[in-house]
Design a protein around this ligand. Sequence first.
Ligand code: FES
Length: 150
Amino acid sequence: MNELVNLEEFYPTANKHADKPYNMGKLEDFNGHAKITGPCGTTMEFWLKVQNDKIKKVSFITDGCASSIASGSMTTCLLEGKPFKEAMAIRQQDVLHALEGLPKDNEHCALLATNTLKAACEDYLSKEKMNNPAATSGLSKGTTPQGAGN
Ligand code: FES
């Protein structure tokens, strides 16, 4: 059973995001997606729309507690409009810092958010690789990877 933690009293920033989350809901137009269930049983999903190496849109949903909603919301707020590389580099501590803390027992909610975001970034990269192998493998157009061992 999840114990109720009073975010309102001790964590006003997290409480604000839990009460009125930003970017909650599925994106219709996306090129990166991931869904992860953490050890506590909470599931989080992230959707990304990457364009010109920037995060054009990012959204999330979760079936978890207030802290996981706050973590998902803050993660999206930190990234919208930022370079794709920043999405890959974001860490649990960045989200906790921006939220001005979470209850100790809920700090893992921020980790679930950043892990899910990273998985969505990896999904984007793997789709990019399939659509445009030369762009991500360093091979120029017309070059075939065969020939090794000839
Ligand atoms: S309680 Fe586990 S993600 Fe929030």
